[in-house]
Each structure stands twice: as C-alpha cells, then as structure tokens.
Design a protein around this ligand. Structure first.
Ligand SMILES: [Fe+2]
Ligand SMILES: [Fe+2]
Length: 444
C-alpha cells in the first residue's frame, strides 16, 4: 500500500452540546470542512450537539475505505470522568470489517484508548482490555482519537498503534499528521502557530477588497494575527483591483490603460482607506500591492501613495505571454523591463518575483535569477518569498541570501486560514541551512 493521508477531525467540533450557539456553529464548520480538497471524516465528540442534530448536519458513516485503508467510525457512550465504553455489538464490528478484507483497518472515535497503565491519559475506555483483545484478534492497525487537549501521541503496543492527537482549537493550534507506509505508522505533531520569538511580519495581506478574496476581513485579521505567532501584519491590497473593475483587471485591460483609464465611479481606493481608518490600522501596517502597467508605469496616484507606508510591486500579467505563438525571448525582455521599472519606483519589496513563469509552466532559468538579483541589489529592494498558488524557488532564495538581498517572508493570504502561514518559508530556509541567528541579517 502506498503512503496514505486523509483528514480526520476527532475533536469536538464545537463546545456547547445542544446550545443554540453550538447548533448554529456546526453547519458553518461543515461548510469550512467542505473546502478541503481531500476526503474528511467528522467524528462526534462529547461537547458536540446530540447525535440526532449532529448527523442532520454531517452524514453518518460507520465505515468506508480510502486508498485501500478501511476506516471504522464509532460514536460510543460517555462514562463518568469523561471516559467512554464500547458495547459488545460495536466491538463485533472489528470482526465484520475484517471479513474478506486484508488491508489496514483503523478505528476512529473521540475518546482515547490505551492499554491500562501505559499512558498518562486521564481518559480511557472502561472496557479497554476487552476492546484491545478484539483488536488483536482481527489485526486492527490503529485506534486514533482526540478528546485530551494535550494529546498523548503515539504508543505502539501488542501490534496496535494507539494514538491521541492534540487539540487544534487551543494555542499553539497543534495538529498531527499520521503516515501509513505499508504496516509502518509514524505520527508527527506540528503547530499552526509560527514561533513568535522570530518576530516575523507578514507583509502581504489582502483584504475584503481583493477580487480574489475568499473570506478576508481586516477586523478579524487584526484580532488573530498575534495568535498565529506574527509580530505584525501589513495590508497590501492590489492597486489595480482598487482602481479598476473586475473585468478590466482580469482581462489585463487596466495594464493597457494605466492610470489615465481610471473611472471615478469604479475607483474603490477611497473606500480602501476608509476601511483602514475604520479599523484603526496603525500607519506602519498600511500598504499597497502596486500593479505596473504594460508601459512599466506604477498604477498608483501620488495622493494615494502618500496615504500608505509600505509598497510591494508586482507583475500579474505579461503581455508577451498572451501572444500566439509565444516568443520566450520577448517574454523575458518584457519581464526584465517591467521588473526594472518596479525597482526604480521605490517599492520596498518585489512581490512573487517569478510567478508568471510558474503559472505558464515554463520554469525559470538560473540566468534570469542572476539578472533579477543584480537589479534587486542595485535598488536595495527585498525579494518576496511567496508560496501562494506557487512554489518559491529555493535556489533563488539561496542566491539572494548569498548576494545580500534581503527577504520578505509573506503569506499573500486571500483566505483567513492563510494569515501568517509562513511554515513553508521557514521549512525552506531550514533546508537551505539558515538558522534562527541568521534571521535578522537576511530578513527585511
Ligand atoms: Fe500579487
Ligand atoms: Fe497579492
């Protein structure tokens, strides 16, 4: 069997039983989980609403197979001390699940199960030994639970993997990734919160004014960014999206027209600054992602520029890339000419430097990295490390570090869950060999 991953939510989804608040939240959580690109399984916990209501929101499934792995889902009765028990009828499901099935079988439920005396978990099944004996008999691979916020981790005993994952709902938002590779099981815990001692600032944060915003909200971002380990955020809405309507922006017409094409009844720049003011955004957090037109002119009026403190410069469309057939030499010439224009216009950061090449699938040559780094050095502009809808290039990042070009680690978030999501950046830097002591030298 290949490595298998899917997502299980084994925690209480809400905390409030059948209270109106909990009942109102459950469908919202269902909507959020439905955005997952992978299969997911929701398991009812002791703080969730009653089974009747829970399974009117989430489909009740007792068993299903994903990639050759059989998942059994249990909703066992609670016992005193927040423990649980499993009835004989339910235990017999191990036997029926094993009939005519040789692959791995996993038991999913809310309350953890451990061989008595083998874990510090205050919660367990009151008939643990009976359950474990039956699991051994039918070669059940794993028993995965939640419930205990601290989590217990992974205990391998008697050929069974007993796993209790920590709670994602409390700081530092821990989660667990379990890998199954043949019969070998590994479980690793990670945090959604980045280490706050690094003092990282997310300098590419979108707002509800982005046409590509999924659910961004300035007020909510200001409430949560510190919880995710960020020292600060900078709001950087696209100037092209604020000045022009959706159609002009997405078709690239705005880059043909430039600033002279702005129609005042469409211009949302004043509303952007109203939103910033209404939310008391501190001056140093007011920024813009400045688009540049095809002629290389910044799409930002002087009066608007004066209202912001921080600027990232971007290319979102290359004119030559849209011609048939594409002449890649001309594409590169246009890219370098417009990148030079961005860097001559006093932006703080060159945003997502090679994104257009990633999107086209053409890849980027080392030669182009060298040319851009030379321009960044001359203009003393930082390069953005950006993983939004693309992979940042480790080779380019390493070359920037070696050339003294500063880096800006940014999420480019268009969905609230992406705010401060700088783990891919940190993991890339670690791979390159950057240590925490290097951060003040290499980061903007
Ligand atoms: Fe962008
Ligand atoms: Fe952006």
């Amino acid at each position: 069997m290949d490595k298998t991953r899917c997502r299980n939510n084994l925690r209480d989804l809400v905390d409030g039983g059948d209270s109106q608040m909990a009942r109102d939240w459950l469908p919202k959580i269902h909507q959020i989980l439905d955005k997952l690109a992978c299969p997911y399984i929701a398991v009812r916990g002791n703080h969730d609403p009653s089974a009747e209501y829970f399974y009117s929101v989430f489909e009740r499934k007792d068993q299903f197979d994903i990639s050759g792995v059989r998942f059994l889902i249990f909703d066992d009765p609670e016992q005193p001390g927040f423990c649980a028990s499993r009835s004989g009828n339910q235990i017999s499901r191990f036997k029926s699940a094993r009939a005519n099935f040789n692959g791995p079988i996993i038991s999913l439920q809310h309350v953890p199960l451990f061989p008595p005396g083998m874990s510090e978990s205050p919660y367990n099944y009151i008939n643990a030994e009976q359950i474990i004996a039956e699991m051994k008999k039918y070669n059940i691979l794993m028993f995965i639970s939640g419930h205990y916020h601290k989590g217990i981790g992974h205990i391998h005993s008697q050929g069974i993997n007993f796993i209790a994952s920590p709670a994602v709902c409390v700081l530092p938002f821990k989660y667990m990734i379990i890998d199954i590779d043949d019969e070998k099981v590994t479980a690793a815990v990670d945090n959604l919160q980045i280490p706050s001692e690094l003092g990282l600032i997310d300098r590419h944060v979108h707002t509800q004014f982005a046409y590509c915003s999924e659910n961004m909200d300035v007020a909510s971002i200001l409430k949560i960014y510190k919880d995710f380990g960020l020292a600060d955020v900078v709001f950087t809405e696209h100037s092209g999206q604020l000045y022009f309507d959706k159609d002009s922006f997405w078709t690239g017409q705005c880059y043909v027209k430039g600033l002279v094409g702005i129609e005042e009844n469409v211009n949302r720049m004043p509303k952007y600054f109203e939103l910033i003011k209404k939310n008391n955004v501190p001056a140093e957090s007011i920024g813009l992602e400045v688009d540049f037109d095809y002629a290389g002119r910044p799409m930002i009026r002087a009066a608007d520029r004066a209202k912001a403190r921080f600027f990232i410069g971007s290319i979102h469309k290359l004119e030559e890339m849209w011609k048939e057939p594409v002449d890649w030499k001309l594409v590169e010439e246009e890219y370098l000419r417009r990148t030079q224009a961005i860097l001559e216009n006093g932006v703080n950061v060159l945003a997502h430097p090679f994104r257009m090449f990633h999107r086209s699938g053409s890849g980027v040559k080392r030669d182009l990295f060298e040319k851009v780094i030379k321009m960044l050095r001359q203009s003393k502009t930082a390069a953005e490390v950006n993983f939004h809808s693309q992979e940042a290039e480790a080779e380019f990042v390493e070359m920037c570090i070696n050339s003294g070009v500063k880096l800006s680690l940014s999420s480019d978030c268009h969905n609230m869950y992406e705010v401060g999501e700088l783990w891919p950046h940190l993991k890339m830097l670690e791979k390159i060999g950057v240590t925490n002591n290097d951060f003040s030298r290499i980061l903007l």
